[in-house]
Design a protein around this ligand. Structure first.
Ligand code: NDP
Length: 313
C-alpha cells in the first residue's frame, strides 16, 4: 500500500540552498523534510577545496562543507531522505511530492534542485573532475596561478571564465567547436583584447590527459572538426563552460520559468504558486555561488514560515 507522510515544509535538494533552508526551517520548529536528490550535497561535492566560503580561512573541502551543513540541519530536527523526486503536484493542496513509490505531502514547498553544469561526456573528464578539470572558474581559478589552462565553450560563460582566469593563469586558450563565438559582442571584444587569451577554433576535446593521483591534468587531445586532424595540447587545467541546465524538468507546466528553464521568483523567493518557494541555482543563473545559494535558502525558509503563519491567521 502507498505510504503517505505529511510535513509542514518539504525541501527538494541538499546543496547549500536546500540545507540552509532546512537549518532555518528546522530552527523555526517546522520539522522539514529534505529530499536529497540524485547528487546529495549538490555541485560542491564535485569540487575539492572551497576557499571562498566565509568562515573557513584555511579553506574546506566541498563534500566536507556539505556534510557540516547537513549535520547542522539535522541537529535542529530536519529529516532527510535519499531519493530522487519523480513527480510534484502543485495544483492541489497540500502539495504532493512523489519519490518513486513513496508519496509525501506538505503545506509549503521549497525548491532547491540546483543546476547542473553541462559536461563534454568524456570518461577522462569525469576521472579528473576536481583534479584539474573544473566547471567553475570562480571556485577553482585560484589554483591555477602561473599555469596554463583551457576553457571550452564559445558563449558568455566561457568568455567570463576565460577573463576571470587571466587573473591567475599565464595563458588561457579558449577552445570552441566553431569559428564564431556565441557570446555577446561586448564579452567577445573583452576576451579578444586580452593579451593572455588565445582562441583555438573549430576544435573539440577528445581526451583529457593526466592522473588524479599524479598531479592532475597534463593536457588534452584536440580534434579539428573540419579537417579531422588531432593534436596534443599541453595545459594544467580544463574549464568546461558549455552551459548549465537548471534542474526544473519536474516543474514544467506548473511553475513559471524563463527562456532557459530557470524558475522565476518574484518577491523574495516566491514562485507563481503561493506556498512554493525557490532558492539557489535553480532560480539564479548569474551568481551561482555557494554563499549566494545559502543566502537565498535562508530567505526561502523565512518566506515559507511567513506563508504558513499567514495561512493559520
Ligand atoms: P550558451 O548556451 O550561451 O553557450 C554554450 C557554449 O558552449 C556555446 O558556444 C556552445 O557552442 C558550446 N557548447 C555547447 N555544448 C558543447 C559541447 N558538447 N562541446 C563543445 N562545446 C559546446 O551557455 P552560457 O553558459 O555561455 O550562457 C548561458 C546564458 O547565460 C546565456 O544567455 C548567456 O548570455 C548568459 N550569461 C550572461 C553573462 C553576462 O552577461 N555577463 C555571463 C554568463 C552567461 P555553439 O556556440 O557551437 O552552440
Amino acid at each position: 500500500m502507498e505510504k503517505k507522510s505529511h510535513y509542514r515544509v518539504i525541501i527538494l535538494g541538499s546543496g547549500p540552498a536546500g540545507l540552509t533552508a532546512a537549518i532555518y526551517a528546522a530552527r523555526g520548529n517546522l520539522e522539514p523534510l529534505v529530499i536529497e536528490g540524485s547528487q546529495p550535497g549538490g555541485q560542491l561535492t564535485i569540487t575539492t577545496d572551497v576557499e571562498n566560503y566565509p568562515g573557513f580561512p584555511k579553506g574546506v573541502m566541498g563534500p566536507e562543507l556539505m556534510e557540516e551543513f547537513k549535520k547542522q540541519a539535522e541537529r535542529f530536527g530536519t529529516k532527510t531522505v535519499f531519493g530522487e523526486v519523480t513527480a510534484v503536484h502543485l495544483k492541489k493542496r497540500p502539495f504532493e511530492v512523489v519519490v518513486g513509490k513513496e508519496s509525501y505531502t506538505c503545506d509549503a514547498l521549497i525548491l532547491a534542485t540546483g543546476a547542473t553544469a553541462k559536461l563534454m561526456g568524456l570518461e577522462s573528464e569525469k576521472k579528473l573532475m576536481g583534479y584539474g578539470v573544473s566547471a567553475c572558474a570562480t571556485c577553482d581559478g585560484f589554483f591555477f596561478k602561473d599555469k596554463e589552462v583551457i576553457v571550452i565553450g564559445g558563449g558568455d560563460t566561457a568568455m567570463e571564465e576565460a577573463l576571470f582566469l587571466t587573473k591567475f593563469a599565464t595563458k588561457v586558450s579558449v577552445v570552441h567547436r566553431r569559428n564564431e563565438l556565441r557570446a555577446s559582442k561586448i564579452m567577445q571584444e573583452r576576451a579578444r583584447k586580452n593579451p593572455k587569451i588565445a582562441f583555438v577554433w573549430d576544435s573539440v576535446v577528445e581526451e583529457v590527459y593526466g592522473d588524479p593521483k599524479g598531479g592532475g591534468v597534463k593536457g588534452v587531445r584536440l580534434k579539428n572538426v573540419k579537417t579531422g586532424a588531432t593534436q596534443d595540447f599541453q595545459c594544467d587545467g580544463v574549464f568546461v563552460a558549455i552551459g548549465h541546465e537548471p534542474n526544473t524538468k519536474l516543474f514544467a507546466g506548473q511553475l513559471e520559468m524563463d527562456g532557459n528553464g530557470y524558475l522565476i521568483t518574484g518577491k523574495g523567493t516566491a514562485t507563481n504558486i503561493p506556498g512554493v518557494f525557490a532558492c539557489g541555482d535553480v532560480q539564479d543563473h548569474i551568481y551561482r555561488q555557494a554563499v549566494t545559494a545559502a543566502g537565498t535558502g535562508c530567505m526561502a525558509a523565512i518566506d515559507a514560515e511567513r506563508f504558513l503563519e499567514s495561512q493559520e491567521a
